[in-house]
Design a protein around this ligand. Structure first.
Ligand code: GMT
Length: 376
């Protein structure tokens, strides 16, 4: 395949979409493509030097005449510069708003026939899609992109229902870097956290937004904890963290809930975990479930959005309706109390990551798309 010059724009510090964009860029660089990240800060997973990856910082200045700093215009301006100066073939943007719209403006400013690939991750559709002040711009960004992908079939159909663009949306699932996400020997990590060898470990990882329903995780854990000794690891930070801390304070499970904040080496935490809970109200994919499954940790998730495309009910985890904490506890207890059942779920979780979400196959799909739209 021809080696391409690919520009990538994402929110560099935002959860799963930033992770996917950065991991994809690294894997494309490993395949010999030249990658140009055009972002407002260094993507946080770009943690070493890659000879064929360049980072172009978007600088946004404030002027007293503007009430808001013009980030979108500065981004389009930087994209246009990079398209021309680096001779980009393709621009792959993550999020329709504002990134696809900026890419379209940049293409016009640069007078280029560069190909634009837009990936929808969720919030841009499931939240912003309801906002009539933005839906026209989202539709425009989708229709003017050469290829649009969504991270699950559910998100693709939701986009069709909500935005009704005259454009096909292709599903390309998320993936994990298998060289980072695997069950590791975590040494004495359990002991360091004060977790006894016989205690079960349940993990939840999120940005603690309301949509993640963290109180349901707490209430489910309360019921599970009545059955056997267990610890709950809460990883991440966000607006709901303190209300959740308040909820736990003084309760029967106070000593068993560990608030770990944002963590870099999450794979080590998965490696000491037995079960993941992701009980969101909305979730277009649920990348953390896949990360956990790659480390042989099955998940219980809500039957919403893309979660049922990641969890196969009764095989590598369980699906529950939103808010049904009794069912979460019932399923969790059934998996965790029997080592043979847990082992079976662990194996199936690992197996599906390799069958359905293999990084090399997903990167192949993106590469084939770039080839279809690359500047001729
Ligand atoms: O979940 C979030 O709040 C962060 C958001 C993001 O932009 O990273 O996540 C979205 O994209 C991820 C990567 O594709 C998906 O795994 C998440 O399910 C999706 N979040 C929602 O749909 C709420």
């Amino acid at each position: 395949m021809k080696k391409l010059k690919i520009g990538i724009t994402c929110y560099p510090t935002v959860g799963g979409s930033g992770v996917i964009a950065t991991e994809l860029g690294k894997m494309l660089a490993d395949r010999g493509h030249e990658i140009h990240f055009i972002t407002s800060s260094m993507p946080f997973r770009l943690n070493k030097i890659y000879p064929t990856i360049t980072y172009h910082q978007v600088e946004v200045n404030s002027y007293s005449v503007f009430q808001y700093a013009p980030y979108d215009i500065a981004l389009a301006n930087k994209m246009a510069e990079v398209i021309v100066d680096e001779g980009l073939d393709v621009l792959h943007v993550h999020y329709a708003i504002p990134h696809a719209v900026c890419a379209i403006l940049a293409k016009d400013m640069a007078n280029s026939d560069i190909g634009i690939v837009t990936t929808l991750h969720g919030t841009d559709i499931t939240v912003l899609g309801y906002d009539s002040s933005l839906s026209g711009a989202i539709r425009y960004g989708i229709e003017k992109s050469d290829i649009v992908t969504a991270v699950s079939n559910s998100l693709a159909s939701q986009t069709m229902e909500l935005i009704a663009p005259k454009k096909e949306i292709e599903t390309v699932y998320n993936f994990v870097d298998e060289a980072e996400y695997y069950k590791k020997d975590a040494g004495n990590l359990k002991e360091l956290f004060g977790i006894a060898p016989h205690e079960k470990v349940i993990i939840h990882v999120s940005n603690f937004r309301k949509v993640k329903n963290v109180p349901d995780v707490i209430n489910s854990f309360k019921l599970i904890r009545k059955e056997f000794p267990a610890k709950l690891l809460l990883v991440g930070d966000g607006p709901e963290k303190y209300p959740v801390m308040e909820m736990v304070k003084g309760s029967s499970i106070e000593k068993d809930v560990l608030f770990l904040g944002k963590q870099e080496n999450v794979s080590e935490l998965y490696s000491i975990s037995d079960l993941m809970l992701l009980l969101s109200e909305k979730e277009s994919f649920g990348l953390v479930l896949l990360e956990a499954m790659a480390c042989q940790v099955p998940g219980i998730g809500t039957n919403v959005g893309g979660i049922p495309e990641v969890i196969t009910h009764g095989e590598n985890g369980y699906l529950v309706e939103i808010g049904d904490v009794e069912k979460v506890a019932e399923y969790a207890i059934s998996i965790l109390k029997d080592p043979q059942i847990l082992e079976k779920f662990r194996e199936s979780a690992f197996d599906i990551v390799n069958r359905q979400f293999k990084s090399s196959e997903i990167v192949d799909q993106y590469e084939a798309m770039y080839e279809r739209v690359a500047k001729k």
